[in-house]
Design a protein around this ligand. Structure first.
Ligand SMILES: Cc1cc2nc3c(=O)[nH]c(=O)nc-3n(C[C@H](O)[C@H](O)[C@H](O)COP(=O)(O)OP(=O)(O)OC[C@H]3O[C@@H](n4cnc5c(N)ncnc54)[C@H](O)[C@@H]3O)c2cc1C
Length: 416
């Protein structure tokens, strides 16, 4: 539910007053609201702040939407506003899996979605990855066609049986979708060579790969800037208000801006501006080890219906997940890591992934997922000039560029 508040005499839509008095960590962008409106020069206003379209959020979706919009309409002045000095959601925090779904994840999805809906998700992820690889080169993405494995421990025989029985059926579906035969393969014979302990089964996916997340986002940002798209960091959008001819956008550091259309691409933070949407934040924690001499594996690995995931980065291991261990605690906007999840990750490393190998953790971090009742993203019109493209779940690397493109098409179809 939203209430209207006034600022500079204008009625703005903001999240309700209950939210405004909540924990600062949850709603950080309200805390500078009393900052006086800045004095801007004529040059600043006329050069950067006369947009036709404002996109809120410079993650993969916001930047992709800007790039596709500009490609269709080079005459449009597009301004992307990002509240962090770097993007502060998921796009620069993720694990860099170029993935579309492990069999245990597919099995879990089939419990709540029809087979048709699951196939359409797989299709969207596959198409999204192809589009990302068309928009940026494999070199810019740091793309490596490593393949991936799903790992089943000794305790997960039931989960394995549920998954392996889908193998032939989904190989046939994916063959139709991708043109690639036999994407999933049983690979138990590789367990020993990969050096794992307490692992009973492996399923190989031949069509997944990994990217360098930093290179991908840097290249996307450079592409946007090369197309004359303005991206401003350190600007938090706090509210918006639409009238017949324009949308007024209230920011913390630039005061009030006006434009013709707004796209909200804030993913896990969407409910802060649009509380009526079914989007919850999901903290996703990660660690990366220091280099491990003679690391025995390369590529991406999924475990436990996608709740755990690890990969090599050179000879380091990046390992993330564990949100299922404390779902309530991990439903937060905070990026603090917790000892509960981090210890669970370390135990997996010690007991399953690199048994008998000493390691040290080099960095720990967390990002924010956008989650909801289903895994489907929300791309839709909110008001006649305001749109959203949010709730990417755990697969935004795969679907982000496609969703950005869809959002651009949606804005253009309502261009007045
Ligand atoms: C730890 C982790 C691992 C992941 N691993 C993978 C993976 O391996 N493969 C995969 O496909 N996906 C993965 N994901 C998911 C993927 O990263 C996301 O789905 C995707 O990046 C979402 O992109 P986005 O642009 O929608 O959102 P974001 O990247 O979250 O961008 C939203 C931006 O909006 C900004 N913002 C929010 N509110 C405001 C405001 N009021 N004003 C201005 N700016 C605002 C935020 O600062 C943020 O930068 C992972 C995510 C995490 C967190």
């Amino acid at each position: 539910m939203r209430v209207a508040t006034t600022f500079s005499g204008i009625r703005f839509q903001t999240p309700n007053s209950h939210n405004r008095t909540s924990d600062p960590a949850q709603y950080p962008y309200f805390y500078r609201m009393n900052t006086p409106a800045p004095t801007l020069s004529f040059w600043e206003t006329s050069t950067w702040l006369r947009p036709d379209v404002i996109i809120v959020g410079a993650g993969i979706v916001g930047l992709s939407a800007a790039i596709h919009l500009k490609a269709q309409r080079p005459d449009k002045r597009i301004l992307v506003l990002e509240r962090g000095s770097l993007p502060t959601g998921a796009s620069t925090k993720n694990a860099g899996f170029a993935c579309f779904g492990s069999l245990s994840e597919i099995a879990a999805d089939l419990e709540s979605l029809s087979e048709e809906a699951v196939l359409s998700l797989l299709h969207m992820r596959w198409e999204g990855l192809q589009l990302l690889r068309k928009t940026l080169s494999d070199e810019q993405l740091g793309y490596e066609a490593t393949g991936s494995y799903e790992v089943f421990t000794d305790q997960q025989e039931d989960l394995y049986q549920k998954s392996i029985q889908l193998l032939d059926r989904f190989n046939a579906h994916l063959h139709q979708l991708t043109g690639i035969a036999s994407i999933f393969n049983s690979a138990d014979d590789r367990i020993e060579a990969l050096g794992f302990a307490n692992v009973r089964h492996l399923i190989l996916n031949t069509a997944e790969g990994q990217i360098n997340t930093g290179s991908m986002m840097n290249a996307l940002l450079q592409l946007a800037r090369s197309q004359n798209i303005t991206v401003l960091n350190g600007v938090s959008v706090q509210a918006f208000s639409e009238d017949e001819a324009t949308v007024k956008v209230l920011t913390d550091t630039l005061g009030e801006l006006q434009c013709q259309q707004v796209l909200i691409a804030t993913n896990g933070f969407a409910a802060q501006l649009l509380p009526e949407l079914d989007v919850q934040p999901g903290r996703a924690q990660v660690l990366i080890t220091d280099p491990i001499p003679n690391l025995k594996f390369q590529g991406c690995f999924h475990m436990d219906e996608g709740y755990f995931y690890f990969r090599n980065v050179g000879n380091r291991i990046l390992f993330g997940g564990g949100r299922n261990l404390d779902k309530a605690g991990e439903t937060t906007y905070s990026h603090q890591t917790t000892s509960r999840i981090q210890q669970a990750l370390e135990e997996y490393l010690r007991n399953v992934i690199i048994p008998n190998t000493p390691f040290t953790v080099s960095q720990r971090w967390a990002g924010t997922l956008g989650l909801g009742a289903t895994r489907l993203p929300i791309v839709r019109q909110i008001q006649s000039r305001v749109f959203c493209a949010v709730r990417m779940g755990g697969m935004g690397v795969a679907i982000g560029s496609l969703i950005g493109k869809d959002a651009a098409a949606l804005l253009l179809s309502h261009d007045q």
